[in-house]
Design a binder for this molecule. Structure first.
Ligand code: BEZ
Length: 210
């Protein structure tokens, strides 16, 4: 059964390059990005893990912990980490789950048999501090993901969690946002002191709240 938005993220304990990880304890009060890749010693995955390692300060700033996964064993992960450091110029500075028994891959439905019968696809789960799944993405093996997009969407998730706004197409942090259609103008007048432009009753644009 695949996981849907709003579902509770399944908890697990699994080995990783940073020791055994119990997901809920490891997350604490942080958000998490759990992402799978097909296999160790593969080209796209090597660049993806290097990119996430370089972007780690950006995830940290947003109170988001990142954790990778493939179904290869720990000794393979450890040998591959040396290649990542050598070719990507950055140490693997976040845990990589060694899911050789496929426990986590099955819990999160990361193996799509019609794509590949054994390897995990490129799944992404963004999990909030209440351990609720807030976003999922699935990419095929030959297509690397855009991790700037993950940072962008985390900014949007966090903003729309706390403010009565939504983010329009191609929004990035600092751009104008739209007021939720469920908020009547009388309330919007109070909530958005900088004002808003009403293009339609359902389309009201306002500067991003702080
Ligand atoms: C990879 O690097 O993971 C990969 C590249 C091409 C096809 C499948 C996987």
């Amino acid at each position: 059964m695949s996981l849907r938005l709003g579902d509770k993220a399944p908890d697990f304990t699994q080995d990783s390059t940073q020791g055994p990880i119990h997901l809920y304890d490891w997350m604490g009060d942080s958000w998490a990005v759990l992402f799978s890749h097909p296999a160790d010693f593969t080209p796209v995955c090597t660049t993806e893990l290097g990119m996430v390692a370089r972007l780690k300060p950006e995830f940290d700033k947003r109170n988001v912990k990142v954790i990778g996964l493939s179904v290869d064993p720990l000794d393979s992960h450890r040998r591959w980490a040396r290649d990542i450091a050598e070719t990507q110029g950055v140490e693997l500075n976040f845990p990589l789950l060694a899911d050789a028994d496929r426990n986590v891959a099955q819990l999160y439905d990361m193996i799509h048999p019609n794509a590949d019968s054994t390897a995990t696809v490129r799944s992404v789960f963004i999990i909030d501090p209440k351990k609720t799944v807030r976003l999922t993405l699935t990419y095929p093996a030959p297509t690397g993901r855009n991790f700037d997009e993950l940072l962008r969407v985390i900014d949007a998730l966090r903003l729309t969690e706390y403010e009565k706004v939504a983010t329009p197409a191609n929004w990035k942090s600092g751009d104008d946002v739209v007021i939720l259609p469920s908020i009547p103008n009388e309330e919007a007048d109070k909530l958005f002191p900088k004002g808003y432009k009403e293009l339609k009753p359902y389309l009201r644009i306002t500067p991003q709240p702080k």
